[in-house]
Design a protein around this ligand. Structure first.
Ligand SMILES: *[C@@H]1O[C@H](CO)[C@@H](O)[C@H](O)[C@H]1NC(C)=O
Ligand SMILES: *[C@@H]1O[C@H](CO)[C@@H](O)[C@H](O)[C@H]1NC(C)=O
Ligand SMILES: *[C@@H]1O[C@H](CO)[C@@H](O)[C@H](O)[C@H]1NC(C)=O
Ligand SMILES: *[C@@H]1O[C@H](CO)[C@@H](O)[C@H](O)[C@H]1NC(C)=O
Ligand SMILES: *[C@@H]1O[C@H](CO)[C@@H](O)[C@H](O)[C@H]1NC(C)=O
Ligand SMILES: *[C@@H]1O[C@H](CO)[C@@H](O)[C@H](O)[C@H]1NC(C)=O
Ligand SMILES: *[C@@H]1O[C@H](CO)[C@@H](O)[C@H](O)[C@H]1NC(C)=O
Ligand SMILES: *[C@@H]1O[C@H](CO)[C@@H](O)[C@H](O)[C@H]1NC(C)=O
Length: 448
């Protein structure tokens, strides 16, 4: 047992060492290989990543829709979407990007209007994400409108914000007192929005600067504060745009083409709720990276991060291409998964105890019955040895002797008649037969 334990400990530690080596090797490769842009292309502008299909030159983007203008006159340099004045603040390969959009502003003190009342946004191939943005109006005698268009149809909507008393205004709440918000329709590709103040010569309040602000903003990037009624700190807000690959067929049409935008270990899909053409690519399960790049989707090492695998802690997780395997350490069995069988210690010692006692019991049983048999045999042998002088035989011998002397007698009168001799012999035979019977019985008992 001691030796076995030692051997187990040794193999365990060897396994750990080899696992650590594997992990280190993977960390080295992971650190060097997360390609985002095409080879030889600028993959960053200032603090921002520019993943393919976006790029700064024709050789680096998929098509003109994905042009990013990196303006080097800023420090750090600033990326802009195409040739617009909208700075890009984030690009993700899952089909969204964030750009800054201007605020429409109407300041109407004593009926005199000033400010940049209207703001426009034209996206061409991209659309404004309806899930991630809100149209927002801030002010105390204010309303704002948003107009937009998609595939030849247009729409118009807006909201009103009033506040006579600061007590009605709540931080984080845009329900009409100081701030109002509305959802915007799906798939808008161009919008213009306008800020208005109700013409009112009243000096509204001390807590409002008489201005109305109207803008579209990423829900996650904006939270209303009552202080904005006096001073809105930003003149631009981030908005979320959806993008797809368009103009060169859908997933089905392109699936056979060698220039399919989706590369190895990536799949093509059409976004849900999509109201226009286009498709996206995503890495298959178990891979991560840029699905638009050749060799852009890399295997995820699920074993490095316990939230990505369900292997029982302290046992073995083996990374495989696109997946992973769980195993139990030596001396354990099971599927090695937290939600599954887990790992149990092999019932090694129990087996030994059960088998050992079993064998011991059998040996005891066999040897005791063997001893018993030997004892019986010896008894029988003794019986056989003394057979000649037992009682029955003694009588037989005496009787035979008597008969012999009788027969040897010369005296005629004393000489037994043939009948007497026959009777005596019959008696002897009967006695002999009885003895024989005894022996048969003994033998049967022994054999039992
Ligand atoms: C870069 O930004 C500066 C300042 O806004 C502007 O004058 C210039 O035209 C821009 N350059 C390009 C290439 O857009
Ligand atoms: C609102 O406008 C009036 C009229 O121009 C002005 O007197 C007042 O100071 C303004 N309020 C604020 C907070 O600026
Ligand atoms: C809202 O928060 C600001 C600070 O962010 C605070 O000055 C203001 O008093 C708050 N307004 C209300 C109505 O709670
Ligand atoms: C807003 O845009 C629509 C078309 O998208 C246009 O008809 C409308 O005149 C624009 N509004 C203003 C105030 O320019
Ligand atoms: C608005 O402000 C102006 C200038 O401060 C003042 O003359 C006027 O009386 C105020 N109007 C109201 C309704 O308070
Ligand atoms: C892809 O395009 C083909 C041809 O234009 C069309 O028949 C097919 O329905 C389209 N498939 C999808 C999923 O849009
Ligand atoms: C793609 O290829 C398969 C077989 O190679 C064929 O059956 C299918 O029609 C092709 N699809 C298109 C859209 O060309
Ligand atoms: C592990 O994976 C989870 C889920 O993807 C992620 O949130 C977390 O940051 C990862 N942890 C490490 C250390 O990489």
């Amino acid at each position: 047992m001691k030796l076995r334990e030692r051997v187990e400990k040794f193999t365990d530690s060897m396994e750990l060492v080899s696992q650590l080596l594997v992990v280190e090797m993977l960390l080295i490769t992971a650190a060097t290989a997360t390609p985002q842009a095409k080879d030889g292309c600028q993959h960053q502008c200032g603090d921002y990543e520019i993943p393919f299909p976006f790029g700064t030159t024709p050789a680096c983007y998929l098509n003109e829709d994905f042009l990013i203008t990196c303006n080097q006159t800023y420090n750090p340099p600033k990326p802009f979407l195409r040739k617009t004045l909208n700075p890009v603040t984030h690009i993700s390969v899952d089909g969204q990007l964030q750009v800054l959009s201007t605020v429409a502003k109407d300041c109407n003190g004593g009926g005199v209007t000033s400010g940049n009342l209207e703001s426009k946004f034209d996206l061409k191939k991209f659309s404004i994400s309806n899930n991630d943005n809100k149209f927002t109006v801030i002010g105390c005698k204010s309303y704002g409108t948003i107009q937009g268009g998609k595939s030849g149809r247009s729409f118009l909507t807006g909201c009103i914000s009033l506040c006579d008393d600061i007590k009605d205004v709540e931080n984080g709440s845009c329900t009409g007192a100081g701030c109002c918000q509305i959802d915007i329709p799906r798939g808008l590709q161009h919008i213009n929005f306008t800020a208005y103040s109700f013409d009112d010569e009243d000096n509204v309040s001390k807590f409002n600067n008489n201005c109305t602000y109207a803008f579209v903003v990423a829900k996650s990037k904006f939270s209303f504060s009552s202080s904005y009624l006096n001073n809105l700190p930003n003149d631009k807000f981030p908005i979320v745009l959806d993008w797809t690959i368009t103009g060169d067929g859908n997933c089905t049409e392109r699936s056979n083409k060698s220039d399919n935008a989706c590369n190895e270990n990536a799949v093509c899909y059409v976004p849900k709720d999509q109201q226009r053409s286009g498709y996206r690519c995503k890495c298959k399960d178990g891979y991560q990276g840029n699905p638009y790049l050749s060799h852009g989707c890399l295997d995820i090492n699920e074993c490095e991060n316990s939230t990505l695998n369900d292997c029982v802690y302290g046992h073995i997780c083996e990374n495989t291409e696109g997946s992973y395997r769980c195993r139990c350490r030596k001396g354990y069995h099971g599927d090695g998964r937290r939600g599954g069988e887990g790992c149990f210690a092999n019932p090694f010692s129990v087996t030994v105890i059960v088998l050992g006692t079993g064998i011991l019991f059998l040996v005891l049983l066999c040897s005791s019955s063997w001893l018993y048999l030997m004892w019986k045999k010896r008894k029988l042998d003794k019986l056989k040895e003394n057979n000649i002088v037992n009682d029955g035989n003694k009588k037989q011998l005496e009787a035979v002797g008597k008969l012999a002397t009788m027969c040897a007698s010369l005296n005629r009168e004393e000489r037994p008649t043939m009948r007497e001799v026959a009777m005596e012999l019959e008696r002897l035979i009967m006695m002999h037969g009885h003895n024989l019977q005894d022996n048969v019985e003994l033998r049967a008992a022994v054999s039992k």
